[in-house]
Design a protein around this ligand. Structure first.
Ligand SMILES: *Cc1c(COP(=O)(O)O)cnc(C)c1O
Length: 424
């Protein structure tokens, strides 16, 4: 599509936007007395207005029924989470039995590593990306130590080439091949949180499998953002959080995916809890753990219903809007943003900013990471004065993320205007 850096053009795109009515279904924060331009949906998605009602319903059920709320009310808590696998199916590209909503992201990562990282003296290495999110690094590192391996010997971080910001698929592939004999696991972010780079999960999974290793992804920045086909890509396991692109509230209940060939295997070693044991026998309190033969067999505890209620409110909007349309608009928003940023560079005497995120549409989601060679922090502070909420990552990177359900093309245009005025 041919974009134009003009407000009338941006307004026309908004007018033609099939998802335009959804912005009104979210609370837009006020900054300096006016509605902000919220470009941080990659960090904490905005609140759907419906979420309060969904949560209040469960507070009322609790008030009215006490413990009987497990079996009474509109949505009995005993089965409350049964709907989530279906709702997340189109977002993940997975079978319902491969999906479970539970816990938080880092905890789920540990649960999955416990099952899928089973090293021996010969195969013990883990490959991850350089600049993985700290929590993921700590999780990997502590799992290595639990198995008496040192980070030095067992962790391989793939780095960008000299002078580059992002990873080349060919370098990921060659690192996997070079380490094939000792490789136990490849664990990458679906999208890197810092650069916004979307990895070729299908290709990486295939090469990891050829090398005889397992392959998993942390989808914190990918879920609800880009189209996924976890099952068809043959990904072994994945986990995500729901408070970023999925708009389900701070610290919201998270999720995990386990390929059906493992999810149905009741004998796979895992950390177990009563909620992962056969649902029909839960209240018979049998001594023997009898794993649910789906991803639900990895659950530990009965779920936080208030968090599930907010998650349901958010996912109902995804369902109604249609995930394909959401992905389409997300691509268009980020493409428009990249176009405007390039236009600013091209029309200035010197380069105003650098775009770190790969510009090819198959290599990024909504997030575009930029850095200003000069006065980056001043620029970031000026955003705040202009009622823009974006996000600063040390040492000098600004992450800009327009998202399809509540951001507009006009906001992207106005952001560009602020950058241009700052540069002049
Ligand atoms: C946001 C994020 C986290 C946060 O972990 P929590 O367990 O939800 O606190 C972890 N890893 C990545 C890659 C993230 O983007």
């Amino acid at each position: 599509m041919n974009f134009e850096n003009r407000i009338e053009f941006a307004r026309q795109l908004d007018k033609e936007d099939p998802l335009k009515k959804y912005r009104d279904q979210f609370y837009i924060p006020i900054l300096n007395g006016k509605e902000c331009i919220y470009f941080t949906g990659n960090s904490l998605g905005l609140q759907p207005k419906s979420a309060q009602d969904y949560v209040l319903d469960e507070m009322e059920n609790w008030a009215n029924y006490g413990v009987e709320g497990h079996f009474h009310g509109k949505n009995p808590w005993a089965n409350f989470h049964d709907v989530f696998s279906k709702k997340l199916q189109p977002i993940l590209g997975a079978l319902p039995e491969e999906i479970v909503v539970m816990n938080t992201l880092t905890l789920n990562l540990h649960l999955l590593l416990t099952t899928f990282y089973r090293p021996d003296k010969k195969r013990f290495k883990i490959i991850c990306e350089n600049r993985a999110f700290t929590s993921d690094l700590y999780a990997i590192d502590s799992q290595l130590k639990l198995h008496d391996f040192s980070t030095e010997d067992a962790l391989i971080e793939i780095k960008p080439r000299e002078g580059e910001y992002t990873l080349r698929t060919e370098d990921i592939v060659s690192t996997i091949k070079e380490n094939a004999a000792e490789l136990a696991l490849v664990l990458l972010g679906g999208i890197n949180y810092f650069t916004g780079q979307l990895f070729d999960m299908k290709a990486i999974t295939a090469v990891a499998h050829e090398a005889g290793a397992k392959c998993g992804f942390d989808l914190a920045h990918a879920v609800g953002n880009v189209a996924l086909q976890l099952h068809d890509w043959d990904v072994d396991f994945a986990c995500w959080c729901s408070y970023k692109y999925l708009n389900s509230g701070p610290g919201a209940i998270a999720g995990a995916y386990i390929h059906v060939r493992y999810a149905t295997d009741k004998t796979l070693p895992r950390l177990a809890g009563w909620w992962g044991s056969d649902k029909h026998e839960r209240f018979q309190f049998k001594d023997e753990f009898n794993a649910i033969p789906t991803a639900e067999g990895w659950q530990l505890s009965n779920a936080n219903i208030l968090s599930l209620a907010a998650h349901k409110a958010a996912l109902d909007i995804f369902e109604e809007a249609g995930f394909e349309k959401i992905v389409d608009k997300g691509k268009k928003l980020s493409a428009f943003l990249i176009f405007i940023l390039n236009d600013i560079n091209n029309s200035s005497s010197k380069k105003v900013l650098e775009i770190l995120t790969p510009q090819n549409e198959n290599e990024h989601g909504c997030q575009v990471s930029i850095l200003l060679p000069e006065k980056g922090k001043d620029f970031f502070n000026s955003l705040n004065k202009n009622s823009v909420i974006a996000d600063w990552r040390e040492p000098n990177v600004i992450r800009i993320t327009p998202v399809p359900l509540y951001n507009t093309f006009e906001e992207v245009f106005r952001f560009g205007k602020i950058v241009k005025e700052f540069a002049e």
